[in-house]
Design a protein around this ligand. Structure first.
Ligand code: PLP
Length: 416
């Protein structure tokens, strides 16, 4: 073998090896070996994450912070070490900028309540895009009703790409916040984040990035992006449910009022008034999801052991293959054909109801998601009530795609 070939071989992403780390992938469903293609909804967990959570409960479990006893100190050390891992994973400037939340939805709501509700006034504008998940639409709609902000929407084209020139037209001196996804869960569109952020900053607006889908598929560097807030969920990152992150620039978080209140987020409490804790604790009222945070730290360790660039390239290769193969199926239309796309393959099949299709695929051991994917405005734009969505993770292989294509073809034959 030549040196170049040897190097390529060493660097090759070994998907079969990766699959061994995920116990849930090795089971039969409906008499067939499972093909798990519902990663946009949630990812499976590697053994190292399962072990980290189990070891914590078995050996180190206690509540965190302020405890003088050994277990409490150990639990606090593990919890804070997980925060540092997150900080390093997204290249934030300090641990104080990493707020543990229960997920992306909670992180966006934190910004909506603390930054926007308490800082914005009637007539101020917030821009979102037409491809947002409901969790990045509804909090802003509530603010429209409650304080009279105006919500503006960046339109899309038939490929599901944002119309950048239209975005530029929406920006004005009333724009306070631009809240956009990095990767659409319904279409797979990757948005031009850097350009969106630069244009928003040029007119003095802040930017919140919904990174729920993006973070498992490509390297995120919040300082390089220069976003003001970045939200994501652990469960889409091979880690437990009920844990998520809000990154925020220090000076912004520092200036923002607390969102929820109670224990942990205070410095002093008396009946004449209370003072608030330092960042990040000011935004972490109550006992946090300690095991979830520790599991997230283990999930990050796992991803970093493989390398996000290798993961990205592998997934792109599998997505390109899937797109090519699916188009051989008569009557199949892919919804979401942006030039910059990752991980998601949404489609409809002539005459077939998505839930019938999903059921027929499940009967062949293939797990996909059907429905509106919490992106009803996207469905409306494309004139469908639902799509069938295959969503990839690093452990999916071309063999999984062959199984998907065969299963869809079989279902198509049955439904026609
Ligand atoms: N944003 C996007 C793009 C998503 O795909 C999702 C979940 O599917 C969310 C936000 C909400 O994430 P969570 O339910 O983990 O809060």
């Amino acid at each position: 073998m030549s040196v170049v070939a040897l190097e390529q071989n060493i660097n090759a992403f070994d998907v079969e090896r990766v699959r061994e780390d995920f116990p849930a992938l090795h089971q039969d469903v409906s008499g067939h070996s499972l093909v798990y293609l519902d990663n946009g909804a949630s990812t499976q967990k590697p053994q190292s994450v399962i072990d980290a959570v189990q070891n914590f409960y078995a050996h180190d479990y206690s509540n965190v912070h302020r405890g003088i006893h050994t277990l409490s100190q150990r639990a606090t050390d593990h919890f804070e070490a997980a925060r540092s891992k997150v900080r390093q994973f997204i290249n934030a400037g300090s641990d104080a900028e990493i707020i543990f939340t229960s997920g992306t939805t909670a992180a966006i709501n934190l910004v909506a309540h603390s930054f926007a509700r308490m800082g914005l006034q009637a007539g101020d504008e917030i821009i979102i895009s037409a491809i947002e998940h409901h969790s990045n639409i509804v909090p802003w709609q509530l603010l429209e009703q409650e304080i009279g902000i105006k919500l503006r929407i960046i339109p899309i084209n038939q490929q599901g790409e944002l119309l950048f020139d239209e975005y530029l037209k929406l920006l004005n001196d009333r724009t306070r916040l631009v809240a956009v996804t990095q990767l659409s869960n319904a279409l797979g569109t990757i948005t031009p984040l850097k350009e969106i952020i630069t244009a928003a900053h040029d007119i003095g607006a802040k930017v919140l990035v919904d990174g729920a889908q993006a973070v498992a598929h490509a390297t995120v560097d919040v300082q390089e992006l220069d976003c003001d807030f970045y939200a994501f969920s652990g469960h889409k990152l091979f880690s437990p449910t009920g844990i998520g992150i809000l990154y925020g620039k220090h000076e912004l978080l520092d200036a923002m009022p607390p969102y929820q209140s109670g224990g942990e987020m205070i410095k002093e409490v008396s009946f004449s008034g209370s003072t608030f804790n330092e960042l990040p604790h000011k935004f972490e009222a109550g006992t946090p999801n300690i095991a979830g945070a520790i599991g997230l730290g283990a999930g990050i360790d796992y991803i970093q052991s493989l390398g996000l660039e290798a993961i990205r390239q592998h997934e792109q290769d599998v997505l390109d293959y899937a797109t090519e193969q699916m188009l051989f199926i008569d009557g199949l239309r892919i919804i979401g054909t942006a030039a910059q796309k990752a991980s998601i393959l949404s489609f409809e099949l002539n005459g077939a109801h998505a839930s019938d299709l999903g059921t027929l695929l499940d009967h062949q051991g293939v797990a996909v998601r059907v429905g509106h994917h919490c992106a009803m405005p996207v469905m409306e734009f494309f004139g469908v009530s639902a799509t069938t969505r295959a969503s990839l993770a690093m452990y999916n292989s071309k063999t999984d795609i062959d199984r998907l294509v065969a299963a869809v073809q079989r279902a198509a034959d049955m439904l026609n």
